[in-house]
Design a protein around this ligand. Structure first.
Ligand code: ZN
Length: 782
C-alpha cells in the first residue's frame, strides 16, 4: 500500500506473485493525476487515466492486482497534516478498509514510514492510513455499512518495506539491520526464463508517462522489512499463516489432488490434465460458499481454459455505440484439445436472444458466426466511474456505488456467457465484448467497447479572456455518435453575456461526421468570470458532453466524455504597451494567454537575440526554466542585460536551482532555493505598497490573489542584492514568509523582473487577478 503510481516495489510484487504464488495486490491511494506527463499533453484527470492503465499493464507484467482509493492526487504536499485537510481522512480510511475486507490480505506491506522521512505528505499519509486500516478492517463497529457486502478482516501483520528513502540514514539502518526481516527477491524463475529483477524492470517500464523505463538486473536482491503491527516475524513473511488447502474447511483432500495433478502434468500434452482438473473443480464446488471457493473456482476455470487451448471471443464491429444502436458481434469459439467439448448455449448481453447450439467443438475445428443486438435506450455512457460527477481538483472523487470503490476501471460494457460441457461436466466462461482491428504496423489491436452519447460538442478553447467589450469567436465542433443526427446548438451562458446567433442548427448524415459552428460571444461591461457550456439538442433531448480519446501504444485506448464547457472571463484591465517578445524555456502556454488579451506576441528565435531586434519590443518575457533547459541563455544574457540598460523591460519566470546553465540570472546577484508555496490560497501581503507592480496601470488589491490554482510559486529566490525591491510576501500555513515572489530592479534606464510565481499555471487557467498583476509587470516603465 502506497500513494502513487510508481511507489510500488515491482520486484517485490513480481517475486511474491510468481515465486511464492501469493495473491499480491497494490493499493495506490491515487491515480497520479497531479504529476507531469512526459509522453503527451494530458494532465490532471486525463493523466490519471493514463497512469491507471499503466499500472494495469505493470500488474499484467508482474502478476499483481491493482486497486485505487478515491483520492485525487492534488500535487505536492509537505506533510500528512496538510494532506488530511484536503483528503477527508475518514472517507479515505473507509476505502482502505473496504479494499482490505475484499482482498483479505494475510500481510500488508507499506512503502513509506508514517512520518517526515517519507518526504511527500501523500507518502506518509499512505502509511498512517495503512496502520489505522489494519485495525479498523477487523473491527465490525468501524464502517458497518460495508458489512452487507463484506466481513471484517484481521490481517496478521503489517510491515514497512524500507526503500531508498529509509536507506538515506545509513547509520540507523545498520544499527537496526538485525531487527529487519530480510527477503532475497532476486531469484530466477526457470519456467518463465527470467529473474524477478528482469520482470520487475519490464513492469516498471510500463510507467512511460513518468519516464521510468528500467533496465533489468539479475542476482541476489535483498529487501528489508521492518515490523509495524500485528505478530512480529524475523524468519518468513507468512510465518504462522496457513497457506495450504487445510486452511479451508473440507479442503484437505484437494491439496492431495492438486499435488498429484502437478506431478502428472505434461507441458506437451496439457489436455491430459483435464480430467484431473475437472475433479478438482468438482471438489471445490462442494466447499462452503465464500472467498476461497470463489477465488479457486476462478483459478481452476482459467487453468482448464488453458489446458483445453480454448479460445472464446466476441468482437463488436465498431468500438463505440450509442443507446438504441444495433451492434453487430462476431463470435469465435475453438477448442484446441482432444477433450470432449460441447458449446451448449451462448447468453448475449442486452437481452438479445440466447443462442442454443449444442454444438460439439471438435479438436481445432472452430465455430464462428455473427449476431446483432440493440443497445438499450437506458444504457449509461462509458464515463470512467470516478469521473462521472463534477470534480474539483482536490479531495476525493465522488463515487456513489460502494461496489465500484477500489476498482481500477469500469467493468466491460457488455459480457457474453459461454456455457459448455467438458467431458460431460458443465463449465461457464464470461467473455467481454471487445473491439479488434488490424493495424498495418502493430498488427492486432484490441480496444475496449464504449457506449457514447448520440452527439458530442467540443469547444475549441478551454479559456476565453475578454480584455474589452469586443466579442470573441467561440468555435464548436459537433460530432455525430449515430447516423441521421440533427438538431441545434446553443451556448449556456450567465446573464449579461450574449451570443450571436442565439442557436445554430446542424445536420450530420452519418455516425462520425463532424461540423464546425461559430458563435460571437459578447461579454458584459463589468468584470466577471463564468462558465460557458455547449448544449446540443437532438430529438427533444439535450446533451452537454464532449468526446476525448487517449491513445498510446502501451495502453488500451481510453475514451471519456468531459463536459463541453469552457471558462469566459471579462477582465477589468488596462494595458500599457502592446508588443511583447517571448523567449520560450521548457515550454508553457503564456504566449497564447497574452494573445487572448490583445497583445502582439513574437516568439524569439536564435537569430532574433540582438539588441536591435529586442529594442522594438515593449517587454521581453523569458519562459519557465529557460536557464535550466536552453544552453544558449549564457550567450543571450549580455544582450538581454543591454536591452534592460537601454530602457527595456525584462520579465524572467521561475527556474530551478539545480542544473542552471549559468550563475547570475540578473544584473545584480540573487540566489535561488527550492522553497515553494504550495497552498494556492495562502495570504499575500503587500510589502512594497507603492511599487508600480501593485498600482499601474491596474490597481492591485488582495482579491487579485483569490482563486489561484495549484500553488503560489516555486523555487523562490533568497538573499538578493539591495538593488532588488521585493514587492509581495506570502507563505504556506506552516512555512516561513517568502518575499522573493516578485523582485524588481532598476538597471540603467530599464526594469528587470525575476518572478517565481506560477504564472504558467494561472494565466492558462484564466485567473483574472494573475492577468492584472502580470500586465503590470509587462507595463513597467511605460
Ligand atoms: Zn510517490
Amino acid at each position: 500500500m502506497a500513494a502513487h503510481p510508481d511507489d510500488e516495489n515491482t520486484n517485490f510484487i513480481a517475486y511474491m506473485a510468481n515465486e511464492k504464488l501469493y495473491n499480491t495486490s497494490y493499493l495506490a491511494l491515487t491515480r497520479g493525476d497531479g504529476g507531469q506527463n512526459l509522453i503527451g499533453p494530458e494532465i490532471r484527470e486525463q493523466l490519471g487515466m493514463i497512469r491507471t492503465q499503466e499500472l494495469l499493464q505493470a500488474r499484467r507484467t508482474d502478476g499483481g492486482k491493482q486497486f485505487f482509493s478515491r483520492a485525487n492526487d492534488f500535487g505536492f504536499s509537505k506533510n500528512p497534516q496538510e494532506v488530511f485537510t484536503i483528503w477527508e481522512k475518514e472517507n479515505l480510511l473507509a476505502d482502505a478498509v473496504w479494499v482490505i475486507r475484499n482482498v483479505k490480505p494475510d500481510v500488508i506491506v507499506t512503502r513509506f514510514p508514517p512520518d517526515s522521512r517519507a518526504g511527500h505528505g501523500h507518502h506518509s499519509a499512505s502509511s498512517i492510513l495503512a496502520e489505522e486500516a489494519f485495525d479498523a478492517a477487523a473491527d465490525p463497529k468501524r464502517f458497518p455499512e460495508q458489512l452487507k457486502y463484506v466481513q471484517p478482516w484481521q490481517t496478521k501483520r503489517l510491515l514497512w518495506n524500507i526503500g531508498m528513502w529509509g536507506m538515506l540514514n545509513r547509520a540507523e539502518f545498520v544499527k537496526n539491520a538485525k531487527e529487519y526481516l530480510q527477503i532475497d527477491v532476486g531469484s530466477y524463475n526457470a519456467m518463465l526464463g527470467k529473474s524477478y529483477g528482469e520482470i520487475s524492470a519490464e513492469s516498471r517500464s510500463m510507467h512511460k508517462s513518468q519516464g521510468f523505463g528500467s533496465i533489468g538486473n539479475r542476482g541476489i536482491s535483498v529487501e528489508y522489512l521492518q515490523h509495524t503491527k500485528g505478530e512480529k516475524t524475523l524468519t518468513d513473511l507468512f510465518e504462522g499463516v496457513n497457506t495450504s488447502w487445510a486452511r479451508v474447511k473440507g479442503g484437505e483432500n484437494i491439496e492431495t489432488m492438486v499435488q498429484t495433478a502437478i506431478k502428472e502434468y505434461d507441458a506437451a500434452v496439457p489436455d491430459a490434465s483435464v480430467s484431473a482438473l475437472l475433479k478438482i473443480r468438482t471438489a471445490i464446488e462442494k466447499l462452503p460458499d465464500g472467498f476461497w471457493k470463489t477465488t479457486k473456482l476462478r483459478e481452476v476455470n482459467d487453468i482448464l481454459k488453458n489446458a483445453l487451448g480454448l479460445f472464446l471471443e466476441v468482437t463488436a464491429a465498431d468500438y463505440a455505440y450509442t443507446p438504441t444502436d444495433q451492434m453487430t458481434m462476431s463470435v469465435e469459439a475453438i477448442n484446441r484439445s482432444a477433450a470432449n467439448v460441447t458449446l451448449q448455449k451462448i447468453v448475449f448481453p442486452f437481452k438479445s436472444k440466447d443462442s442454443v447450439l449444442a454444438a460439439p467443438l471438435k479438436n481445432n475445428d472452430g465455430l464462428s458466426f455473427e449476431i446483432k443486438a440493440k443497445i438499450p435506450a437506458q444504457t449509461d455512457i462509458s464515463q470512467p466511474y470516478w469521473l462521472r460527477k463534477a470534480i474539483g481538483y482536490k479531495g476525493l472523487f465522488s463515487v456513489d456505488n460502494q461496489l465500484e470503490i477500489g476498482q481500477a476501471e469500469n467493468p466491460p460494457v457488455a459480457t457474453v456467457l459461454f456455457e459448455l460441457t467438458v467431458q460431460g461436466k458443465p463449465l461457464q466462461f464470461d467473455v467481454p465484448v471487445v473491439y479488434k482491428k488490424k493495424d498495418p504496423v502493430i498488427g492486432e489491436v484490441y480496444q475496449p467497447l464504449v457506449v457514447t452519447p448520440p452527439v458530442y460538442a467540443n469547444i475549441t478553447q478551454e479559456v476565453y479572456m475578454f480584455a474589452d467589450e469586443k466579442p470573441r469567436k467561440v468555435t464548436i465542433g459537433i460530432k455525430a455518435g449515430k447516423d441521421n443526427c440533427q438538431g441545434e446548438v446553443t451556448l449556456d451562458i450567465a446573464p449579461g453575456w450574449r451570443t450571436v446567433p442565439q442557436s445554430i442548427p446542424f445536420n450530420l448524415a452519418v455516425k462520425g461526421a463532424e461540423q464546425s459552428v461559430e458563435f460571437q460571444l459578447y461579454p458584459p461591461a463589468a468584470s466577471q468570470e463564468t462558465q460557458i457550456k455547449a448544449l446540443v439538442k437532438v430529438e427533444g433531448k439535450t446533451y452537454d458532453k464532449s468526446f476525448a480519446i487517449i491513445s498510446y501504444s502501451h495502453i488500451p485506448a481510453q475514451v471519456f466524455f468531459p463536459t463541453a464547457a469552457a471558462k469566459a472571463v471579462k477582465l477589468d484591465l488596462v494595458k500599457k504597451g502592446n508588443n511583447i517578445a517571448y523567449l520560450m524555456g521548457a515550454g508553457d502556454l503564456i504566449p497564447l494567454s497574452l494573445r487572448q488579451i490583445g497583445y502582439d506576441v513574437t516568439m524569439l528565435e536564435d537569430k532574433d537575440m540582438t539588441l536591435d531586434k529586442l529594442t522594438q519590443f515593449d517587454a521581453v518575457v523569458v519562459g519557465v526554466r529557460a536557464y535550466n533547459t536552453n544552453e544558449r541563455m549564457k550567450h543571450y544574457q549580455a544582450t538581454l542585460m543591454n536591452y534592460v540598460k537601454d530602457g527595456g523591460n525584462l520579465v524572467i519566470q521561475y527556474n530551478t536551482n539545480m542544473d542552471l546553465v549559468m550563475k547570475d540570472l540578473g544584473p545584480y546577484p540573487f540566489e535561488l532555493t527550492r522553497d515553494r508555496i504550495t497552498v494556492e490560497g495562502s495570504e499575500v501581503r503587500f510589502i512594497m505598497p507603492s511599487s508600480p507592480v501593485l498600482n499601474s496601470p491596474n490597481k492591485i488589491t488582495p482579491e487579485d490573489f483569490d482563486n489561484w490554482v495549484q500553488e503560489r510559486g516555486l523555487y523562490f529566490p533568497q538573499k538578493w542584492s539591495p538593488q532588488y525591491e521585493a514587492v509581495i510576501s506570502s507563505n504556506d500555513p506552516d512555512g516561513p514568509p517568502l518575499d522573493g515572489g516578485i523582485l524588481v530592479a532598476k538597471y540603467g534606464k530599464g526594469s528587470y523582473v525575476y518572478t517565481s510565481l506560477s504564472w504558467f499555471r494561472e494565466l492558462p487557467a484564466g485567473v483574472p487577478g494573475a492577468y492584472r498583476v502580470f500586465v503590470n509587470l509587462l507595463s513597467l516603465g511605460k
